[in-house]
Design a protein around this ligand. Structure first.
Ligand code: SF4
Length: 551
């Protein structure tokens, strides 16, 4: 008789129930990690009252650590990095050893839309409370630094007086809703999405229905024919299309994001009418809130859920469980009109006036410079400026006869309207100057790189994006740049660990979408960065055929 088969000690792996990922909709309501526990203990939005009533009056040392390193983000506040701590210590020090007693404060600017009173309010806050600092981010926000907790209520009061705020500018919340800076004025746009951005802001930002998401939630809504809001890498994006009956509306994309697991958003193939955008946005956000993975922070973004489910299932759950009706199928967006999405330069608006896009250096401005921009715009008859998703700005509504004078005034302030490729297309994240996650410096180095490349390769003939990041988190989009630089420590010729970058080559969004290739050994020290990039660009020029792009 043959021996009885051995009993397995455990069931075969395929029959075991799958381990829960912390999805609320599947009953995992007990917090599975420290962040989830903090959010369950108290809603992040409740910290505002404590900041006003307690912390701003009693000072930094009175702040509860769970608020300081958690809930403060719900109002755009992060402690900044203590000066002088090198990047090698980032991963080994405790959070309290990295914390400075000052804050970065992020002002949300939905759609990048500012009038001059708002611009001047930010400038005044920068000068009065933030040592003159101001950075335009690649999500159209403005970040201030050196903010003291004592000054936060006064800053909020000043912002709110002009219709701005910092609510849900950071944290596991719906962050700023990005939009085309030319919404409503561009002759080529499919639809002006400003009303939809405003409606989402009014109806859902600061609503406790969405203030405890598994992770951050990034939105973009645009009818821009150049696809300037990079819908491919947002958690949710509405992209302008012409619907089946000839009226404009939106196509819907979900699940894009970069960081350490980059994924492009998937198209759901629905047609969303303009009056449906806010409720469809809320439905997508609700699916994420209830089915998103809360067990592990690094798997919590909506992109992981969308990757596991696929577009079809996501759409079905959204429609059946949240919307209560099926959306019709719709057309895909037209291809973007060209490779540049930044709206830099002088261009005609559809009303015959002009808009003028200009390039500060890697988004770094100052309170003084923002005031100067407001003065220049006003002197030339404009009351509206915009921030772009590439750390640039645009002045709207300039009459033809005043364009030359406006351009001259901007350029005199080193705000270039006709920049080199390198000034125009280099971005840098915050980096080690202020960011506690950083390993290397970024802004100053990117600025030097621009100078060096302009000197060594004058009149460079092709668009090339160079994105400089201080760590793998990809705030300045490492993987979708022609040359993406990821900050890390590298070994130099003498065998020392020094600041440097891993290089990703050939990434792009738009017509040639794809993530840059990260070839082993493609690294450079920070000191050798200009030489390295120059070599890469010369090889591209030598080898390219016709108008062949870098990607
Ligand atoms: Fe900080 Fe890293 Fe983001 Fe740069 S990429 S801002 S260093 S977290």
């Amino acid at each position: 008789m043959p021996p009885a088969p051995k009993q397995r000690a455990t069931a075969p792996r395929r029959n075991r129930p799958k381990r829960g990922e912390g999805q609320w909709a599947l009953g995992y309501r007990e917090p599975l990690n420290k962040n989830e526990e903090n959010k369950k203990n108290d809603d992040g939005l409740n910290v505002r009252a404590r900041i006003i009533d307690i912390y701003s009056k009693r000072g930094f040392d009175s702040i509860d650590p769970a608020d300081l390193r958690g809930r403060f983000r719900w109002f755009g506040l992060y402690t900044q990095r203590k000066p002088g701590i090198d990047g090698g210590k980032t991963a080994v020090l405790e959070p309290e050893e990295l914390d400075d007693r000052y804050f970065m404060l992020r002002v949300r600017i939905d759609g990048g839309q500012l009038d001059l009173a708002q611009l001047r309010a930010i400038a005044e806050i920068s000068r009065t409370y933030a040592r003159g600092t101001a950075d335009i981010t690649d999500r159209q926000n403005v970040q201030l630094h050196w903010v003291r907790i004592e000054d936060v209520p006064a800053i909020w009061e000043r912002l709110e007086a002009v219709g701005l705020d910092t609510t849900e500018a950071c944290g596991d919340t719906p962050r700023v809703v990005m939009g085309c800076p030319l919404a409503g004025i561009d002759a080529d746009e499919v639809i002006d999405a400003s009303p939809q951005i405003r409606q989402i802001y009014d109806e859902h930002i600061g609503d406790k229905a969405f203030s405890n998401l598994p992770r951050k939630f990034k939105s973009a809504i645009s009818g821009c024919s150049a696809h300037c809001t990079v819908h491919e890498i947002n958690d949710v994006a509405f992209v302008g299309v012409t619907g089946p009956d000839g009226a404009p509306g939106f196509d819907l994309f979900v699940g894009g994001g970069l960081s350490t697991n980059p994924m492009f958003a998937q198209r759901l193939g629905t047609f969303v009418r303009p009056d449906q955008v806010s409720e469809v946005w809320a439905a997508v956000c609700s699916v994420f809130r209830d089915y998103g993975y809360r067990r592990l922070r690094h798997r919590a973004r909506i992109k992981f859920l969308v990757a596991d489910w696929g577009a079809e299932r996501f759409r079905e759950v959204m429609e059946k469980e949240y919307l209560g009706y099926a959306l019709p199928d719709g057309p895909a967006p037209e291809e973007p009109r060209d490779g540049r999405r930044d709206h830099v330069g002088v261009h005609r608006q559809r009303d015959g006036r002009f808009y003028v896009g200009f390039a500060p250096r890697v988004g770094r401005v100052s309170g003084e410079l923002l005031d100067r921009i407001a003065d220049i715009a006003e002197e030339h008859g404009s009351d509206r400026v915009r921030t772009t998703v590439e750390q640039k700005m645009v002045v709207l509504d300039v009459e033809a006869e005043r364009v030359d004078s406006l351009v001259a005034a901007l350029e005199a302030a080193d705000l270039q309207v006709n920049p080199s490729t390198f000034r125009r297309q280099t971005m840098a994240c915050t980096g080690i100057e202020y960011c506690k996650l950083a390993i290397v410096e970024t802004k100053a180095r990117a600025s030097t790189l621009i100078d060096e490349l302009e000197r060594r390769l004058p009149d460079f003939p092709a668009p090339v994006t160079i994105n400089v990041n201080g760590c793998p988190n990809s705030c300045a989009r490492i993987q979708v740049a022609d040359i993406g630089l990821k900050g890390q420590l590298v070994t130099d010729a003498e065998g020392r660990q020094v600041e440097g970058y891993q290089v990703h080559l050939g990434g792009a969004v738009g017509l040639d979408s794809g993530f840059g290739r990260k070839v082993r050994g493609l690294k450079t020290t920070a000191q050798e960065l200009p030489d390295y990039v120059e070599r890469v660009l010369r090889r591209y020029l030598d080898g390219r055929e016709g108008e062949e792009t870098f990607a």
